[in-house]
Design a protein around this ligand. Sequence first.
Ligand code: LLP
Length: 433
Amino acid sequence: MVDASPPSNLPVDWSLLPATASMGKRGELTIGGCSVETLTEQFGTPLFIYDEAHLRSRCREAVEAFGPDVAYASKAFLCTAMAKLAYEEGMRIDVSTAGELHVALAAGVPGDRLVLHGNNKSVEELTMALDAGVGRIIVDSEDEIDRLEALAAQRQVTIAVWIRITPGVHAHTHAFISTGQEDSKFGFSVNSGAAQRVVDRLSTSTALELVGIHAHLGSQVFDLENFAEAAKVVGRFFVPLGLAELCLGGGLGEAYVNGEQTQSLFAWAEATRNALREVGVSDEVSLSAEPGRSIVARAGLTAYTVGTIKELLGLHTYVSVDGGMSDNPRPVLYGSGYETMLARAPQAERPRTIRLVGKHCESGDVLVTQGSVPQDLSVGDVLITPVTGAYGYAMASNYNKVPRPAVVFVRDGLARLVVRREQLSDLLTLDVG
Ligand code: LLP
């Protein structure tokens, strides 16, 4: 995870913007042929804008790199339009709760194109998955195996499962999103022998059929060596089992701020494949992955309206926008850095250093600790934080009863609203007392 970058005069790197980002006649930012300022007039702010062409090409790249078993990790961003899009482009969908499963099914994704994760799946969730014919269930605990065996017996079916294992490899990322290490709530450890014990247990189970192995190292991992190292540990465990399916999770890092470099999905797939070959995993094995962030992060950005500018002499200039930690908790949670830019002047120099804050009632509500903006930034400007497509809307909340933003997909000069803005009336829909 990367802390806020030092402020720079330079405009935001164009490579941080969605693929179809361009400049309109007045020098303003356009995405998918739509002016961002016009979109905010039409749909209001804060607004999540996704470049549909970008999303689709990332899905296609994932399928090309890993094959048709690759799954989109829907936790990064899910709504029916996104599930439908990923499915149309040939990806499976990874869901990890009843809620994600419900949305994917509502989008029309067939059960057999879904994989179900979770370290604490309830009987209700497992039942729902079995009713929907979910393609693969990834077992994560002995308790879950007990539950699944009971359900299989009731239904007189055999359930195909993968085991989630922890390779005991530390990913170079933020501790909160590192999952492949030994001390983790996820999976069964290879080193302690727990993974082998579960394999042995399943080998005698008539209810569950072990068809594959799964591992996920962590998220926002930049170093392909990390993935290769984990792949080797998983591969060595996998080979003697003689299974046909292997999934190495998600986690490919994305650039958020100027100067960060990312790897392509192809390079990631190749590094993984090479490492697996080295430890004897056959090319016949169905290798899959579960990218989330690398599919959606850069495809999306958030547009806010600047509401107040407070210059504190000798201290900071606080620029407040109409959203904040409720639509992007990542800076507060992980210290993640973002860039700031103006929709009307995407290539302007940014000599002014500001602190971008939201409208929530706490000082910690910071979106960008040290942002750079053009000198003439004013109240009423549309200010953009790029690369908010992953784990932004997905982790949005109603803190301070702030309604969640709208989400639009743009393509070929057309914008379609895919998630409407929450209204004040929505904030009362659950109150029954
Ligand atoms: N597969 C499994 C089993 C996972 O747990 C995850 C992410 C993924 C795939 C997708 O990983 P990705 O390709 O998106 O890195 N909220 C955090 C990220 C949490 C990731 C949780 N698991 C953030 O905003 O950085």
